[in-house]
Design a protein around this ligand. Sequence first.
Ligand SMILES: [Zn+2]
Length: 219
Amino acid sequence: MKMTTCTFCGGIADTREHIPAKQFFKGVPDKNLITVPSCSACNKGFQKDEDFFRQFYVSMLLDRSPQAMQLMNNEISRSITRTPALGLQMFGQMKMVHAYTRAGIYLGRKTMYHVSNSDRSRIDRIVKKIIEGLFLHEFGEQLPKNWLIKIIWITPKVEKEQKLTDMARTLRWNVIKEDTFAYGVNFVPETFQSVWILDFFKIPLFYVLVLDKKTAKEE
Ligand SMILES: [Zn+2]
């Protein structure tokens, strides 16, 4: 039997990892979700940051997504009860920001967190994990380790300068669960250099560029 490689570390895979985390999809049958091969160590190693990522995302969107609200009331309030310090820390950092929908429609000022550098690196870690998983799922190849995964947060300035509404229209969208998670992707044929939007609760907060070593240097 051929050994399967872990999507994240290149070790031997002995389990599968949900992309994104299963906890986002309460009540959705497993066969509808994306999984990729993973070793147990990577699988376990993501858990705390996954929790953090989910809390961060859901809390930010509470005021405009009933799905986020539901998650908050169930799963997430349980995990806050487990680690109250994390919950308090997060709620202490809320502030208002500008928000946009998938189609680029301005939603006005919404609740958002101030993201500290250490929080940011945890979020980035999970975004990278999701991109590595989706890359394998879409292209059937592992994302080369020396490629750059560049996360660009969607601020009003970015939205305006980069014409994100136009960009979003050029992507091929895969809706995993309406109202909860979809992703859009477009890529350079043959190289798989690509652009991605991860759309949790219909509110994308960032887009992601995946660039090969040479292009990354020119960036
Ligand atoms: Zn691994």
